[in-house]
Design a protein around this ligand. Sequence first.
Ligand SMILES: Nc1nc2c(ncn2[C@@H]2O[C@H](COP(=O)(O)OP(=O)(O)OP(=O)(O)O)[C@@H](O)[C@H]2O)c(=O)[nH]1
Length: 543
Amino acid sequence: MMKLRHKNKKPSKGSKGCKKVSWSHHQPAKQNGKKAASRVASAPQFVHSNDRANWDTELKKKREEVLQELNMFPQLDDESTRKAYYKEFRKVVEYSDVILEVLDARDPLGCRCFQMEEAVLRAEGNKKLVLVLNKIDLVPKEVVEKWLDYLRNELPAVAFKASTQHQVKNLSRRSVSVEQASESLLKSKACFGAENLMRVLGNYCRLGEVRTHIRVGVVGLPNVGKSSLINSLKRSRACSVGAVPGVTKFMQEVYLDKFIRLLDAPGIVPGPNSEVGTILRNCIHVQKLGDPVTPVETILQRCNLEEISNYYGVSGFQTTEHFLTAVAHRLGKKKKGGIYSQEQAAKAVLADWVSGKISFYTLPPATHTLPAHLSAEIVKEMTEVFDIEDTEQANEDTMECLATGESDELLGDVDPREMEIKWLHSPMMKIADAMENKTTVYKIGDLTGYCTNPNRHQMGWAKRNVDHRPRNDSTVDVCPVDRRPMLQRIMETDPLQQGQALASALKNKKKMQKRTDKLASKLSDTMMSVLDLSGNADDSAGD
Ligand SMILES: Nc1nc2c(ncn2[C@@H]2O[C@H](COP(=O)(O)OP(=O)(O)OP(=O)(O)O)[C@@H](O)[C@H]2O)c(=O)[nH]1
């Protein structure tokens, strides 16, 4: 969600006499117990504060960067671009076994493309579809849950938050260590849900007895985060990412590992039926819009007015025009003759919308009806082929991790060998383990180590160890619980599952560290109380 940088300023109560059409009736009737209309004032009030100046400069700079970038890319509503992109999309479908349709969690239905889904389901080769609900960090958890509940009636859906690290750096290497990184840094930039998505693809390989590799096409509207998702899975900068639509222009193939190849596609641009909808879904370049004011009107209908007032430091507006004049004033957007420019302000607001700075979200419809292109058989087939029950619990875990800032992408920062050595040499760990007596003792060469036995959920690979290499028989191996060293087991396991296994190992490590710390403080408390007791004893002896 958008972070508010300034405290709420209550707008003054004002007149109701504005003649222009007001959008305030589109807002929820009450916010913070007051009618939205009661916040409306006759004239814009500007927030004046010194610390605002720096923020304004920063905001202006960023907005100019976005607008500059916007100018560098083609007009996506242009017919020839649309056709060229569609051709690329067809190629992706043709080459893929599984299609991931990336949706923006803020408006999943709005960016879902039924024609595209139909094309996938009709294509030769029995292709499978998975919905990826991306940008879950921009939406309250309850809303994500509601959408997952809704979407699972149709297709497998995976909750995801792509890494949004500074894209120039290799995503897998952070300049701060996991321990040093603040929770907010981890929360804001790390990836969540990669483990689950890999699990879903792994399930498909396992249940479909895939012998070589699969191709996974990543499709969706422009700017929904397709490239960010691929980069997060790849943990390196495989594809270019940008806060503007149309960064990806051609199909690109990315080797995730031996068994999975990802295909990045340019965004699908919907037809020209609803221009406002298309703009708001980031499919049209803001800078080139003839009428930027109408989409801002729609934004104001969808957003929380209080948040938007605080974001721009303006309040007391009653109409879109009123709001835009106030924003133009704040941002210093003037036309010739010194008149504040509503158009320029509207483009600035739209640039903020496109780059996700203005928060909003939609709720799923109250009742569910199956879209015409999906039948009960298709839903059943998709559910089975991806082992969806497994995924639903994992979606819960993803959201739990997002809430606590515990990302599966953190693995990228940890060298497994380093992890092993730290792990093996921690004396406190031995005490903790010995005390709790729930661990396996193991040896690598001269080193002795301890690890907790993985549970079923943490170590899916221990339950069923699938060999994906071509073989004569097609049975799935079921292994007994493996008691060899953790890392050795991980390295020997199916590469598709290694990320997941390492994630679990890292989680275990963290848990053990917590336990160790707890134990250490317990020990120190005990020692302190022993010392206190001796002190008391001395005192009493003295008495
Ligand atoms: N907050 C947040 N931002 C995201 C997330 N995923 C992507 N973004 C941002 O959304 C913008 C678009 O991301 P891209 O990965 O370029 O989107 P795309 O779908 O590949 O875009 P095209 O190449 O235009 O089709 C970038 O500014 C990303 O940083 C996410 O999970 N959370």
